[in-house]
Design a protein around this ligand. Structure first.
Ligand SMILES: [Zn+2]
Ligand SMILES: [Zn+2]
Length: 600
């Protein structure tokens, strides 16, 4: 059997740069076309199977499936934050339809680290797959998972198993996993070596290399990847988020020195905007603040929660009296204050946005404040961040960010970091994960620079099934469904394409359809009105409101004198008006009301 078969969809992209036709924003082709021409046809495959259910045509909703005989292990179960073209959607989660039939074969779920794009879908999916499936994660990841699960009132108790650097866990009869601690922006990040009868698979997602101030890589990290390589790696699954950026990660030591210098030089208050998930950075900043005799105030719910978890586990060790509640802010002089705040991406509801808009309860911008954005700009957020910086500056603050000075080093290593990993792990085969096609194709180029032949690399998309044998990787004919599953409020998957189209058209307000069945002659109701909502509220969770709306509809119709048949258009207008203002009074929202009158 032929071993490596790159999916046909990969070719134009992979060779495109040479022809100068690369399209960074071009999405991979639709599923229908990508299957055509795939020549492999191993129906009865007895090797290892790999299926990415998410994370490969986006940044987010990471979830991978490995299957050997009747043994399945899952790696990560993340969510994706919504995009501009999915209005009103809270999250997008991996599609597990293709797993449902085999769910009794799932032996365990491995979590690489505690970021939401790797853990966030657990509360939505675990029930469907089986709440008693063990989840293996390091302590911090497990704590964050537990906390997140607690936000869902009916979510089941999870079977969390703690793993750490160096552990080897027998997942099932044929699969064993060895865990390696790696560096990312959150402590307790793990890389995996998945040991199977087919070979050892190295799974390295979300990583960076730590460099000292002279740009020399941390010897401990070099050793980690050398150790992974020493297991003899068949395929390296490597993250691609930073693959199209040249160079190596900015030295964390340099970042700390720069932040230290800014804090030392600031006469008044300091506000540092960052992600709540950047726990390693939070810990470093607390140390620097202590050095300069500043108290640290946390602003933002997610930040407080995360810091508390990390503190409980000993990952953040502030001195007594350093971390203070933001309510105590007024008791300290400006030069003793350092505020850590969420919202560096210009998120509308985050703390920094409230501060700049003057609606934060404890903090408003004062002339002379030093504001440091210690986070990278997520593509798409350029404009809100720019206006945030503008507004801060207009109010008299001095704003610093990575473009002036290295005050942030991202969590995803750029090209040189990835090449270091590829070189040390030295796999036979290479399959890039985590990132857009463009980034993954860039990662393949890095692998070829490190001596891996292009025919031994494989670019696949979400839902494609990869057969792995000792001889190599091939794409199977079949695919698993991988289309978006939208989460709206607490409801999963009931928001579909048609609804999305409605939503784009109906802006933010959604709509309500009222089905009224009337007696053709008397105009009286002959059954309870049916109410369907789209893009407005989730029916299951709003039974009372639905019931109130029914009662209201009955009342409206009841008031019409039933001497003769009611004019449909008149009744529609009446329902639209009266039900509309009724709903507005209750919810302060104006969904489109669509009455449907059925006369029988
Ligand atoms: Zn991450
Ligand atoms: Zn990630």
């Amino acid at each position: 059997m032929n071993t490596i078969k790159t999916g046909p969809q990969a070719r134009p992209h992979k060779h495109a740069p040479k022809r100068g036709r690369a399209h960074p924003t071009q999405r991979p082709q639709a599923h229908g076309s990508k299957k055509e021409g795939t020549s492999t046809q191993t129906q009865s495959h007895d090797g290892l199977t790999f299926v990415p259910l998410g994370g490969l045509e986006e940044i987010g909703r990471n979830m991978s499936v490995f299957e050997y005989k009747n043994e399945i292990i899952i790696v990560d179960m993340g969510l994706q934050f919504p995009e501009e073209d999915t209005p009103g959607i809270d999250y997008i989660i991996p599609n597990i339809e293709g797993l449902m039939e085999k769910r009794s074969h799932i032996k365990g779920i491995i979590i690489t680290h505690g970021h939401y794009d790797h853990i966030g879908a657990i509360p939505y999916l675990i029930d469907k797959l089986g709440a008693n499936i063990p989840i293996y994660g390091a302590d911090l990841s497990n704590e964050i998972i537990k906390r997140h699960q607690g936000d869902f009132p009916h979510a089941p108790q999870l079977k969390l198993v703690s793993v750490k650097n160096g552990d080897v866990v027998k997942m099932s009869e044929h699969i064993e996993v060895e865990f390696f601690e790696i560096t990312h922006t959150i402590p307790d990040s793990l890389a995996l070596v998945i040991k199977t009868p087919v070979g050892n698979m190295a799974y390295c997602t979300d990583l960076k290399i730590t460099y000292d101030i002279d740009g020399v890589a941390d010897p401990r990290e070099i050793k980690t990847y050398t150790d992974i390589g020493s297991r003899g790696i068949h395929t390296l699954f490597l993250e691609s988020t930073g693959a199209d950026r040249a160079g190596q990660s900015i030295s964390e030591e340099l970042v700390q020195q720069n932040i230290d210098a800014l804090i030392a030089g600031a006469k008044d208050r300091i506000i540092i905007g960052l992600f709540a998930s950047l726990l390693t950075r939070v810990s470093d900043i607390i140390n620097i603040a202590e050095k300069h005799g500043r108290k640290v105030f946390l602003s933002g719910f997610s930040l407080k929660t995360n810091v508390q978890i990390a503190q409980n586990l000993g990952y953040i060790k502030p001195k007594k009296g350093t971390l203070l509640s933001i309510e105590e802010l007024h008791r300290y002089k400006d030069d003793k204050v350092l505020i850590l705040s969420t919202g560096a991406q210009g998120e509308p509801n985050a703390s920094l946005m409230k501060i700049v808009n003057g609606i934060h309860r404890q903090v408003t911008i004062k002339k002379g404040d030093t504001i440091i954005f210690s986070s990278s700009v997520i593509p798409g957020n350029e404009r809100p961040i720019q206006s945030l910086k503008d507004n801060l500056t207009r109010q008299g603050a001095h704003v610093y960010q990575t473009e002036h000075l290295d005050v942030h080093s991202g969590g995803h290593g750029p090209a040189e970091d990835l090449k270091t990993v590829i070189g040390l792990v030295a796999p036979k085969f290479f399959l890039p994960i985590h990132g857009w096609y463009f980034m993954r194709a860039a990662n393949v180029r890095l692998a070829t620079q490190m001596g891996i032949e292009e025919k031994n690399t494989l670019l696949v998309d979400n839902g494609q099934v990869v057969h792995i044998t000792p001889k190599g990787l091939s794409v199977a004919k079949e695919t698993l469904p991988a289309y978006y599953i939208m989460v709206d409020g607490l409801g999963v998957g009931d928001v579909e394409e048609i609804v999305l189209r409605d939503r784009v058209a109906l802006s933010q307000e959604g709509m309500i359809v009222v089905f009224v069945t009337l007696d053709r002659r008397t105009g009286s109701l002959i059954k309870n009105p049916d109410i369907i909502s789209r893009g407005f509220i989730h029916l299951r969770d709003n039974k009372d409101l639905i019931e109130d709306m029914r009662t209201k509809v009955k009342k409206i119709i009841g008031h019409i004198p039933h001497v003769h048949s009611v004019e449909s258009d008149y009744l529609k207008a009446l329902l639209r008006d009266q039900l509309g203002s009724f709903v507005y009074n209750k919810t302060k929202r104006r969904p489109m009301i669509l009455p449907a009158i059925i006369k029988v």
